[in-house]
Design a protein. Sequence first.
Lengths: 76, 248
Amino acid sequence: MEHYFAMGGYADFIWPAYAIVAIVMIGLVVFTRIDLVRQRALLDALEGSLANKDGSRKRAPARPSGSELQPSEREQ
Amino acid sequence: MSDLTLTQRFHAFANPARFMALSHRLVWPLGLITAALIGSGLYFALLDSPVDYQQGETVRIMYVHVPSAWLGLMGYMVMAGASLVALVFRHPLADVCAKSAAPIGAAFCFLALVTGSLWGRPMWGTWWVWDARLTSMLILLFLYLGYIALWATIEEPVRAARAAAVLALVGSINVPIVHYSVVWWNTLHQPASVFRVGGPEVAGSMLLPLALMALGFTFFFATLLIVRMRAEVLRRRVRALRLAGMEA
């Protein structure tokens, strides 16, 4: 086992290479996940407060007009 | 469907609501494929592959270095391709895709540089040389960072998208330079040994872990890109709702 981890004397280069790859890839996943959860929570909170402001049970439009994401809507 | 023009069909797939519904179903299956590929890749890379007759055990660094470098380049191509679609067709998801791809591509570009350096020290006797391949890869990293910084400095998404897309397209000149640097210049970095005329030069026992890791990294990229795009679509809805709330 010790022989394996020594990696023919190159342990100081091989294990750090794999470690940095693992750290960066796991870090990407974690930060992306945190961002997704945060945006979803923000959106839910905003939609809730807008619905309350209307004084009705109607849900706030998920895709309000004027958003830069829907230029295709007009064509339909 | 038949009465729709091609452009309309194209835009139907660009509908963010449709994207959110479809991508939701894709994330977990893609994630599982990624885990299986990288898991089996790691098994062969670290346990069941031979040592190189010249490089010894350090050949194992190649199994993370080469896929990282490919993804660093592929990430830029995705970013530049999406930027082109955003500029020319005004495809509503294209700049979301370009923006989401940038940090992943930058991360892999960074990993290619660091793992290459960790291999270079024992094999070349130096952490770094101003070799054409290494230098053009470093420039690629700076292009990624410039692109990300540009998005961060312009607050209005439509204007930020346009400026960033132009930067991505201008910078795409560096992609063939990175790829052909080992051919055009006398570099310390070795030439291509997998995607070359006449087929791969790498032995099968080493090609298997390399292929598994490369596929695994590619699936990782795709999965993460989809999740980042989902977060970005939500971020823009939040922004649109806030603006609508201010006007009301």
